[in-house]
Ligand binder design. Structure first.
Ligand code: FAD
Ligand code: MLT
Ligand code: ZN
Length: 398
């Protein structure tokens, strides 16, 4: 493991045996991976900040196969780490020790799309971008978009309730999920809602040497009305000198090019070496103060202290980079960052989730009773605690 200090002790789960592997091979012929080279990338997170030591990765294709695997693992007390696109940023997607990796990568079928209600039904392993392309061809869209769209799975998006670039416009992802098939086998739900047709209209971005750049995309059902509103907004913003420069894009290729500059900030930061990443929500008027206070607090100990995010959602991504992992730097950042956030009534986990990395800081944002309730719900659904242990809940509730 690369971060033993952050890891809880291994819980007394069973170790995998040859009999277990034989059973998995029976359920998933040709889809049980034990080759260490093939397992390597699934054991390590996207940021290359945490690494597990799983010896087996399972690739089911159907819900029934997942049910069989989980029922067996439950009876054998084997821990399991569900994994989608492995783009999570809080160490939730990879094993901590030798948990079995249950990958949804082969569960990538779109099951149905109703072009009257706009309801899409698909398997958990569908890549978000593939769903978007599929819907675009039918003049519909996903209410979710994020920089990891080319790799993340819809199941991972729902599991983390990913926020992303369209939250301000379309609301929380959970509000658009109508039903889930979950593998405890006893719970199945469906719902009906109508999704509005939407057309992309105009996209606006500010450029030149400004301290802040904002990307705004409007979307509505009447493009003339949308452009009129945007025009009024721009007129006011320019005459009041709130905005110094900008560009408008209406062509798809230019819209994509502008978004890609925003979406690729995460990747760009990895070129600095190692990134300490914080995902904070704050009252909007405070959103950048944490960046400037952190810069002052760290002085020249960090390579860079960068803030970006989703300003309309009051969501700041504070990123502190250094050439390599630096425990002394980390000790200067934490708990300063959490104390600062709590002082201004923010949340220490806005959209990325708690995963492995933030689990023990939950009390900076949530009350004891709320966390205990989360523990009770987890216990109800997963009484032996085999599903993704060591994550989300603080150690004392494990
Ligand atoms: P994984 O990383 O594989 O897993 C994440 C968690 O979900 C793990 O705990 C895993 O066990 C669980 N999980 C996965 N699939 C299932 C399933 N089928 N059933 C039960 N549990 C499951 N996040 C945002 O919120 N907003 C952003 O704007 C955003 N942008 C990003 C940009 C980049 C470049 C990157 C690398 C990441 C970004 N993320 C963002 C974080 C990440 O992409 C999201 O959290 C995403 O939803 C994770 O999906 P995934 O399929 O990769 O899940
Ligand atoms: C984003 O908004 O770009 C994502 O949440 C990823 C990140 O925080 O770097
Ligand atoms: Zn984000």
């Amino acid at each position: 493991r690369s971060s033993p200090a952050a890891a809880p002790h291994r819980l007394p789960f069973s170790r995998i045996t040859e009999e277990d592997l034989a059973l998995f091979r029976e359920i998933l012929p040709g889809r049980v991976i034990t080759d260490p080279d093939l397992l390597q990338s699934s054991n390590e997170d996207w940021l290359k900040s945490v690494r597990g030591s799983s010896e087996v990765l399972l690739r089911p294709q159907t819900t029934q196969e997942v049910a069989k695997i989980l029922s067996y693992c439950n009876s054998r007390n084997l821990a399991v780490n569900p994994q989608g696109g492995n783009t999570g940023l809080v160490g939730g997607s990879v094993p901590v020790y030798d948990e079995i990796i249950l990958s949804t990568s082969l569960m990538n079928n779109i099951l149905s799309f109703d072009n009257i209600s706009g309801i899409l039904t698909c398997q958990a392993g569908c890549v978000l971008e593939n769903l978007s392309l599929y819907l675009e061809e039918r003049d519909y869209m996903m209410p979710l978009d994020l920089g990891a769209k080319g790799s993340c799975h819809i199941g991972g998006n729902v599991a983390t309730n990913a926020g992303g670039l369209r939250l301000l416009r379309y609301g929380s992802l959970h509000g658009t999920v109508l039903g889930l098939e979950v593998v405890s086998g006893s719970f199945k739900s469906a719902g009906i809602n109508s999704l509005r047709r939407r057309r992309k209209d105009i996209f606006f971005s500010f450029s030149a040497d400004c301290p802040f750049y904002i990307v705004i995309e409007t979307s509505g059902s009447d493009s003339d009305h949308d452009s009129q509103k945007l025009h009024n907004f721009l007129e006011e913003a320019m005459t009041s000198s709130l905005v110094t420069d900008g560009t408008i894009a209406t062509e798809d290729s230019k819209i994509k090019a502008l978004w890609s500059m925003r979406e690729r900030v995460t990747e760009a930061l990895t070129h600095d070496g190692f990134t300490y990443k914080y995902d904070i929500s704050l009252p909007v008027e405070r959103i950048y103060q944490l960046v400037t206070d952190m810069r002052q607090h760290l002085g020249n100990r960090a390579r860079s202290v960068v803030g970006y995010g989703h300003v309309g959602d009051g969501n700041l991504h504070l990123n502190i980079t250094s050439p390599a992992k630096d425990p002394a730097l980390l000790a200067s950042i934490e708990p300063f960052v959490y104390e600062w956030t709590a002082k201004f009534h923010g949340s220490i986990s806005a959209e990325h989730g708690l995963g492995l990395k933030k689990r023990n800081y939950i009390y900076y944002s949530k009350s004891r009773s709320a966390v205990e309730l989360m523990g009770d719900i987890k216990m109800l659904l997963d009484p032996r605690g085999i599903l993704n242990p060591y994550k989300t809940l603080p150690d004392h509730l494990k």
